[in-house]
Design a protein around this ligand. Sequence first.
Ligand code: NAD
Length: 321
Amino acid sequence: MFIVPEREIADLMTREAAFDAVEKVFAAMASGEAYNFPVVREAIGHEDALYGFKGGFDRAGLTLGLKAGGYWPHNLEKRQIINHQSTVFLFDPDTGKARAMVGGNLLTALRTAAASSVSIKHLARKDAKVIGMVGAGHQAKFQLRAALEQRDFDKVIGWNLHPEMLPNLEEVAREAGLPFEAVDLDGLTEADVIITITSSFEAILTPDHVAPGTHIACMGTDTTGKQEVAPALLAGATVFTDEIAQSVTLGEAQHAIAAGRLREDQITQIGAVINASHPGRTSDDEITLFDGTGVGLQDLAVAAAVVELAVAKGLAIEVDF
Ligand code: NAD
């Protein structure tokens, strides 16, 4: 089997490879060729850690495996290592033998950024010029960098509950040679695309903050109870997701569903748009909303891509196992 350590991922994986892997696996999910296994998530009663597994099988890409890991809240303070820790394990679907073990921390950030990018490619207006960010933490920088590649944006605007973090967004805008402006929530009506990526537990965006024709990628809500946008926004939008089962239970749609403002059968898998079995956006003033909940198959897809790159460059460690 091959081992690709976390330290090698930054030099191996590209945003393009992550985008392609995630776009393909979303398509395979919608055509029924790939499916996610039920997620396991446990408070293990040690170090206040949350630990779990996200797995799946993609018959189209022949990717079988799981991501194991979670959140250790005291890591940074006690051991100077990051609190989110994960590892991806891939298995040979023909034999069941372990095929690879891959560092999953940076890959998680890249596959999450790729998901909102895929949604922008397929759902945002072609003439989108202003991108608005809600959230300015670790993941926001990845989301913004990847999103900027999808349209000819000429300005970045941003809001964050903690304004002292906004320089994170300004830094990415500057890298891309774009101006950045901090705005209040009403100022987000200038945006053609909005990405939300916060740890909020209550609605931040309401319909008043969003102009007709906007594409919104809601990326922060990945757990029951979290929330970034008001149910009224989903009620007035065409809603897409990575996986419907997650969207209605732990994604942004959980609240609109509970409030009776959205039905499960009104949510479309983004893969259906990629496969052209759903038209996606049908008018310039429609609001499209992508509920990106984060699925195990995304992790497996990017891990499989990085193993290929590592083997090709002679950087994968091969062990007899
Ligand atoms: P981070 O801690 O670096 O940043 C957190 C962000 O949320 C900051 O912008 C902070 O100001 C904001 N925030 C914190 N508490 C808030 C509150 N009560 N109300 C509004 N904003 C608040 O975290 P991160 O790594 O950037 O992750 C952001 C979110 O994305 C987390 O909720 C994380 O679980 C989620 N996430 C989702 C996926 C996915 O696949 N959908 C993948 C990775 C992370």
